[in-house]
Unconditional design. Structure first.
Length: 278
């Protein structure tokens, strides 16, 4: 999902204005984020206790809320959309946060930015589902992507997926399991299961439309995935159409990217029922 460029939004000017909270040379901090980004406060601590990555941070509401709650943790938002990077960085500056920043990029760059075991946790909130089979490799919850995150997460650390898309959840959960991750919690109602999670404007808008938040909380496997494990994940259905519920979201919220498929399947069922009743 691409962020829209607001009217009268001059990207270069906004990047310059928010540059104090944007780190474009992120690779230079690999292995020393906790120390290098700790505020220079007289008598203060020398490093953050934890480093948290919010992958696909959007406009930064999640990292901003979490940074306010947990001053001992450095929250890093990453997004590939320049407009989102600018909005997130500006929010960090507006709130005067000293334990949050934003870096441009995506999941493919993580190993060059973070050292093994450097991240205490990773959050993935409402990622683009990429529903078509040919785009499946772009999903941030494929077994291959998960195996790439694994060495970056410290022992005992957690990765959290939160999504409004039931098909993406149903696709993702077996991906975690196929490569041996420990699923600590899998829920179709994360707001009830984890009420402490910040409610961002984006989530609020979705829930007002009837969405529920599906979530997976998982700890990485102790060893890299084997070729056989990766292949078993690839052998699973790759189109999210295959994970649509039987009732096709009857009367309910249809997640982003699935409306066309749902309408097509509903029409097919109606035509088939009409033929059978003719």
């Amino acid at each position: 999902m691409h962020a829209r460029m607001p009217k009268n939004f001059i990207l270069d000017q906004r990047i310059e204005r928010a540059s104090d909270a944007i780190e474009t040379g992120a690779a230079a901090y690999r292995g020393r984020w906790a120390e290098a980004c700790c505020p220079l406060i007289p008598g203060g601590v020398e490093r953050f206790d934890h480093v948290h990555l919010d992958l696909g941070c959007g406009k930064g509401a999640y990292i901003a809320a979490m940074a306010q709650r947990h001053p001992d943790t450095l929250f890093i938002g990453m997004d590939s959309e320049p407009v989102c990077v600018v909005h997130a960085a500006q929010l960090v500056l507006d709130l005067g946060l000293k334990n949050a920043l934003v870096i441009p990029g995506d999941a493919a760059n993580l190993a060059g930015i973070f050292a093994p075991g450097e991240l205490s946790s990773i959050s993935i909130n409402f990622p683009t589902p990429h529903p078509k089979r040919r785009h499946a490799r772009l999903r941030v919850t494929t077994a291959e992507h998960l195996d790439g995150y694994r060495p970056l997460i410290a022992e005992g650390g957690m990765l959290t997926l939160r999504t409004d898309s039931l098909p993406l959840y149903e696709y993702s959960l077996p991906q975690f399991k196929a490569i041996g991750w420990e699923v600590v919690c899998a829920t179709h109602d994360d707001r009830t299961a984890h009420p402490e999670q910040p409610i961002t404007e984006y989530e609020q808008r979705l829930t007002e439309q009837g969405a529920t938040v599906h979530a997976v909380y998982a700890r990485p496997a102790s060893k890299p995935a084997t070729p056989e494990q990766i292949q078993s994940a690839l052998d699973m259905p790759q189109s999210l159409i295959d994970y649509l519920p039987e009732d096709l979201f009857a009367e309910g919220y249809i997640p982003y990217g699935m409306s066309y498929a749902v309408d097509n399947l509903r029409n097919r069922r109606q035509h088939l029922a009409a033929r059978q009743n003719a």
